[in-house]
Design a protein around this ligand. Structure first.
Ligand code: NAD
Ligand code: ZN
Length: 401
């Protein structure tokens, strides 16, 4: 096409829109290993070396302090590992311990500090940030990594059940702000994810259990056979059987990854978010309990509530609803807490049902929540009957009576 400017400058031109299209493909591996920082385990170094360039890569490592309480030797182990594989990786700073848990997402200073460390380490977009910890640390570090230089390569090394089977394998990161979960954040696929099951052995009871809720969630909306498996092994899972847990984590991660890749909306541009079954109430309950409730514990209550509501709506049989609640209870989850009933005035600032509004606002567009029309089959709805939800709350409160 030739370019010419007409000599008729009197006449205003109209220009057709330029249609832009940018096809982008993201690829990353989710590995499963043991003893990731043992120098006999080359996986991490190989993962970094595999980027195809011959130069030694700068990196920093950010480590969840909750993990360090149990593995104080970890910081030195990471340094020794980098030393051993110095041809592939160079730590620009000593590994950085950071307060773990939701506090890391609730206080903006953690992201600011991390940006300062990144600047001090002179990382560039070809450098690596190793995020080692629970879902909260991964979310916070991921957000800092995605925003410094508009994106530094992130290798997630999740250390809780929830982070290994759900939060660490996906494409989201973020922190909380204005009393709202994940108000600030980006969609940014990681460079790689490496799950090491040895980390799970030091989790306390609550964090061991909490992540199983995400497996129950994805099983209920997508995979009946997986739910049956969780139901069958619920007692062994509650008793901390690591072999069974590894299988559950693997299947759960697989289902999450498949949904992100094949569900048609990896960056959640639409209004629906099937993987957030049970989450509208969960996010609200986390806030209402001042984050004393673990995310997974809140998800378990959200699942119990939305399953019971699905039953009251006539979508799900009573028998199946009971199976779900009983499985959650066998796993050791509470299915009701006092904050569930702070629902007397729907508009009150402490009402559970404010969670619906916030959920809609976060996703944009019309309200869309997922219910169950069967075990293994989710169903999206766009309206809710609050009085029926209140009955569901009462049912859960009186479940054992
Ligand atoms: N990005 C996503 O797609 C996504 C998905 C689901 C959940 N999340 C987020 O993940 C967070 C919850 O993550 P979580 O359940 O991993 O909890 P968490 O990160 O809050 O960790 C729980 C506790 O375990 C400690 N810890 C971490 N690893 C340990 C280990 N191996 N041994 C002993 N203690 C250890 C932490 O210090 C913390 O005190 C929430 O903020 C939630 O919103 C994000
Ligand atoms: Zn979740």
């Amino acid at each position: 096409m030739t370019f010419s400017i007409s000599s008729n400058t009197q006449k205003s031109n109209s220009f057709p829109a330029i249609q832009q299209q940018i096809p982008v493909t993201f690829k990353y591996a989710v590995h499963f290993t043991q003893d990731i920082f043992n120098i006999k385990n080359p996986l991490l170094a190989q993962t970094i070396a595999a980027d195809g360039t011959a130069t030694v890569k700068k990196a920093i490592a950010v480590v969840d302090s909750g993990l360090l309480c149990h593995c104080p030797q970890l910081l030195n182990q990471i340094k020794d590992y980098a030393q051993w594989y110095h041809q592939d990786i160079r730590l620009s700073l000593d590994p950085i311990p950071v307060t773990g848990g939701e506090q890391a997402k609730n206080e903006a200073k953690f992201v600011e500090n991390l940006h300062a460390w990144i600047e001090r380490a002179h990382l560039c977009r070809h450098s690596y940030i190793l995020a080692i910890g629970g879902g909260a640390i991964l979310d916070m570090v991921g957000y800092a990594a995605a925003t410094a230089h508009r994106g530094i390569r992130l290798i997630r090394i999740p250390t809780t059940v929830l982070a290994q089977n759900d939060s660490g394998v996906g494409v989201k990161n973020g922190i909380n702000a204005f009393n709202k979960k994940n108000f600030l954040g980006t969609f940014a696929p990681p460079y790689a994810v490496i799950n090491d099951c040895n980390f799970l052995t030091t989790l306390d009871e609550r964090d061991w259990r909490s992540g199983i809720a995400e497996a129950v969630k994805v099983a209920l909306i997508k995979d009946r056979a997986f739910f049956e498996e969780i139901k069958t092994y619920a007692e062994q899972l509650a008793e901390r059987n690591l072999v069974i847990m590894q299988k559950i984590i693997y299947r759960c991660a697989q289902l999450h990854l498949a949904h992100i890749a094949k569900g048609g909306d990896p960056f959640e541009m639409g209004s629906s978010r099937p993987l957030d079954f049970g989450h509208w109430a969960a996010h609200r309950l986390e806030y209402l309990t001042d984050y004393q409730l673990r995310h997974g514990e809140a998800v378990a209550i959200g699942i119990a509530l939305d399953s019971t509501y699905s039953y009251l709506l006539g979508l799900l049989s009573w028998k199946k609803c009971q199976q779900i609640i009983n499985t959650l209870k066998t796993l050791g989850f509470e299915i009701s807490i006092p904050q569930l009933a702070l629902n007397k005035e729907t508009d009150s600032s402490i009402s559970l049902f404010q969670g619906l509004k916030e959920f809609q606002e976060h996703l944009g567009g019309e309200l869309t929540i997922t219910l169950l029309q069967d075990i293994g089959q989710g169903l999206e709805v766009h309206e809710v009957d609050i009085s029926l939800y209140k009955r569901a709350v009462s049912l859960l409160q009186n479940w054992d009576n």
